[in-house]
Design a protein around this ligand. Sequence first.
Ligand SMILES: Cc1cc2nc3c(=O)[nH]c(=O)nc-3n(C[C@H](O)[C@H](O)[C@H](O)COP(=O)(O)O)c2cc1C
Length: 133
Amino acid sequence: MEGIEKVCQFLDEVHTYYLATVEGDQPRVRPFGTALLYDGRLYIQTGKVKPVSHQLAQNPKAELCAFKGGKWLRISGELVNDDNRDVKVAMLEKMPSLKAMYSADDGNMQMLYLKNAVAVFSSFTEAPETITF
Ligand SMILES: Cc1cc2nc3c(=O)[nH]c(=O)nc-3n(C[C@H](O)[C@H](O)[C@H](O)COP(=O)(O)O)c2cc1C
């Protein structure tokens, strides 16, 4: 399995991860659950009306953190908007519950992929494993 696949699988398994953004000098963090591997990129999904989207438009730097079974994952990088309709459709297919709130053509659904990402798997017992993509 490629490193980026391992990262996406972990996010799928935890179901909930925490996404941190920056607003001025204030960190902002919230639970997220969307993750999609598409065309070699790791995407997350949000709504363009949300503060998180506005924060990323101002400053794309972000971190994701997740924990499961004695292992935790921290991903730092930039989140880049991608308006490709096919990616939105793929996300809605992977997580159909999103269809209650979003559609590919609603002007609100936003897909963002990680760029310059450094993902580190850590545990109290093993050496850290770093994956870049
Ligand atoms: C378990 C869980 C998973 C969530 N996943 C997402 C998600 O993938 N994308 C999203 O936009 N909001 C998701 N939310 C909702 C956001 O956490 C919520 O809208 C949050 O307020 C967004 O941050 P903001 O207020 O800074 O914009 C999720 C909430 C929960 C409880």
